[in-house]
Design a binder for this molecule. Structure first.
Ligand code: FAD
Length: 262
């Protein structure tokens, strides 16, 4: 049996190692399953990399890489590309810029108590919560409401075209097709993703995919955000404006830590 090196993690922090691991896994594992990228897949990849370049609060050399990948993809005029051409850009062959992406995954908050638990799906949720919650774009300008709509759209098309868990993708697309179109502001985008993620948590609670060490709860739990849930006539309800405030702080740039990164 594989021995697990346990990484201490604080539930109130967001770990850059999880986020960069999500970048590695999406771009080098999931997208790599398609030797030729065309049609919806090429569009989905372009959108995904574009929102990463614009909104991911990256370390400087990761930001260089995202910008290089985005401008390469935006300049593609053919209606298909090969994964290996994309991979050359991803691996930064010959640009001379200091731009690298980690070569493997290092799960920290997303580490499961057994290898089959958590990991990538946890990091994909985390990545998109982070993207929707930023107040400043990577070029320093303030995030606009349209930006948040683009971020959700990029998540939707990534999940539909590349997410390896097909059942998950189907469920997510079901939720997206019902209500994602009603989202028009950043606050609504933050709230939509939080609410749908909690619906998924509720559906999966007690299933065999649940890591016993990380039970599926409605989030944020009172220990993380005491003001997010309130009680009226014996009933608990969410104070949505507190929840939004908490999500912006929790998934904001200032709360992302670089522990366990080289
Ligand atoms: P996750 O649910 O992955 O959450 C990661 C972290 O995000 C949590 O630890 C917590 O810190 C935080 N968090 C939790 N809830 C919220 C919230 N509401 N808002 C903001 N932050 C929150 N698995 C299935 O078996 N069936 C499915 O249909 C399915 N659909 C999925 C659809 C998508 C789009 C994704 C990304 C994953 C899906 N999964 C599905 C996987 C599943 O949701 C979990 O990601 C996986 O089981 C790992 O769970 P986890 O305990 O690490 O927490």
């Amino acid at each position: 049996k594989e021995t697990i090196v346990w990484r201490q993690a604080d539930s109130s922090k967001v770990y850059m190692a999880d986020l960069e691991s999500a970048l590695h896994y999406t771009l080098r594992v999931e997208v790599a399953k398609f030797p030729v990228l065309d049609g919806d897949k090429l569009t989905a990849l372009k959108k995904y990399v574009h929102v990463l370049a614009k909104f991911f609060p990256a370390r400087p050399f990761v930001k260089n890489l995202l910008l290089a990948m985005d401008s390469w993809l935006q300049n593609v005029t053919e209606n298909q590309i090969s994964y290996s051409d994309f991979e050359n850009v991803l691996n930064n062959r010959g640009s001379g810029l200091e731009a690298v992406l980690m070569a493997n995954t290092t799960w920290v908050w997303c580490q499961g108590s057994e290898p089959q638990f958590r990991g990538f799906p946890c990091s994909l949720w985390t990545l998109f919560h982070v993207l929707t919650a930023q107040s400043v774009r990577s070029d320093g300008r303030p995030v606009q409401d349209e930006d948040a709509v683009d971020i959700l759209g990029a998540m939707r098309s990534y999940v539909k075209n590349f997410f390896g868990c097909e059942e998950c993708a189907k469920h997510f697309e079901g939720m997206a097709s019902k209500s994602m179109g009603n989202v028009s502001t950043q606050d609504e985008a933050i709230e939509w993703l939080w609410d749908r993620h909690n619906k998924v948590n509720a559906r999966l609670a007690g299933e065999k995919s649940e890591d016993p060490r990380f039970p599926k709860l409605q989030w944020p739990t009172p220990d993380l955000c005491p003001l997010c849930q309130r009680e009226k006539d014996g009933e608990l309800y969410w104070d949505v404006s507190e929840v939004r405030h908490y999500l912006k702080a929790h998934y904001g740039k200032e709360n992302i830590v670089n522990d366990y990164l080289e």
